[in-house]
Design a protein around this ligand. Structure first.
Ligand code: FES
Length: 103
C-alpha cells in the first residue's frame, strides 16, 4: 500500500501507511489539521489546498486549469500548489510528502 506524509502548518507530521483514495479523503480520515474539503471533492472550494514537495512534482503533476482557477483565489499559493481532492494516491506515489497550505 502506498504511504503519504502530510505536514501541517505547525510542523506536525501525519503518516498514512495504507493510503487509498484521494489526498483530501485520506487527510479527513486521519484528521489532518487544515484540510477541510468543504465541497467533498467537487473541485469548487479550495479548502483542501496543499503544496507538494518539489521532488514529487513530476509524479503528481501540476494543477489542472480548473484547480488553478481556485488556487488563484487562495493565499499562500505557489507553483507547487494542488487541491488534494484532485490527487489520487497510487503505488507510483508511494512515499509522497505534502504540506498543508496556509488558510
Ligand atoms: Fe473542495 Fe477539494 S474538497 S476543492
Amino acid at each position: 500500500m502506498p504511504k503519504v506524509t502530510f505536514i501541517s502548518q505547525d510542523g506536525k507530521e501525519t503518516i498514512v501507511e495504507d493510503a487509498i483514495g484521494n489526498l483530501m479523503e485520506i487527510a479527513r480520515e486521519y484528521d489532518v489539521d487544515g484540510i477541510e474539503g468543504a465541497c467533498s471533492g467537487c473541485c469548487s472550494c479550495a479548502t483542501c489546498h496543499i503544496r507538494v514537495k518539489p521532488e514529487w512534482l513530476d509524479k503528481t503533476g501540476r494543477a489542472t486549469e480548473a484547480e488553478q482557477d481556485l488556487i488563484d483565489l487562495e493565499s499562500g499559493t505557489d507553483e507547487r500548489s494542488r487541491l488534494s481532492c484532485q490527487v489520487e494516491m497510487t503505488e507510483a506515489l508511494d512515499g509522497l510528502v505534502v504540506e498543508v497550505a496556509p488558510f
